[in-house]
Design a protein around this ligand. Sequence first.
Ligand SMILES: [Zn+2]
Ligand SMILES: [Zn+2]
Length: 344
Amino acid sequence: MRAAIFRGPGELAIEEIERTAPGPGEIAVSVKAAATCGTDLKSYRRGHPKLFPELPARFGHEFAGIVTEVGAGVTKFQPGQRVVAANTAPCGSCWACTIGRESLCENLIFLNGAFAEELVIPAPIVERNTYVIPDSLPFEAAAPLEPLATVVHGIHEAGISLGDTVVVHGAGPIGLMFVRLATLRGATVVSVDQSAWRLEQALAAGASTTVDITGLDDAERLDAIRAQTPAGRGADIGIEAVGLPQVWEQTLDTVRPGATAVWFGGTPKGAIVRVDSSRVHYEELTMKGVFHHAPRYVATAVELLSTGQVDGMSLITETRPLEALVDSLEDMAAGRGSKYALVP
Ligand SMILES: [Zn+2]
Ligand SMILES: [Zn+2]
């Protein structure tokens, strides 16, 4: 069968490999759609020691497909079922899992290999983070389950109340999901980005207004964002969905007193963010880092996709054949598209 094999930064290709049969507790899934994501692009360019400790490795982690074979002891699934799975499962027994902080699990089990004709889902993911999806949900729309589950986590931490003004910084796929979910939570959403076509998508996802920060200097950016909040006070909740230290700062700099800033986008290791500590004190600001997801957020994300409350298709720039994987990552790098569904 054909599968993407990753051999190191910049070395990614579709190769012919042997199919693997599922072991005890595992299931084999014929991939019907696999989605590219920012993590794939990062890994392709720079490598990713956590996701790819050993090379060569299979590649890709957002997918949906049809069960082809189940391993010994699997009773929850059977061949022919349409399924989607998250990219990890927590161990359930480390200190973090024990206190309910499963996104911090010390022994997360990862899945790689979605860009292929078939993949085997590891037993812990079969057990805790795999779901049957309805016939009405296209495979391409179900594939972005993992990022949606992380955004469900972010929304949970944000603590949005009815009528809040939420400013979402960044209108890539993650930012758009935040726009949609904050809207579902009853917020008035302002979307900030520097790409006109991404801001168009944010309006379609439910944003009330957008701020295009292209060409603005630091002070003008902050003024333009605050101008879209009640009385120019600042956002009730600010959400960073880019992963750049200057945008983390922009998020904190445009919230009102008493607000929460959710710093969601992962920044490069060792990156430093400037914080006015006196403002944090006198304005009682809350800053929250949010990482990854947990089984309860995956369950919610499956529900949102299955009921159509979140239209997964709206996140997909284009559907392409599996062979277009590298070209699609290059198109993402060049800003021509944000998420591609690849069909083997
Ligand atoms: Zn992803
Ligand atoms: Zn654990």
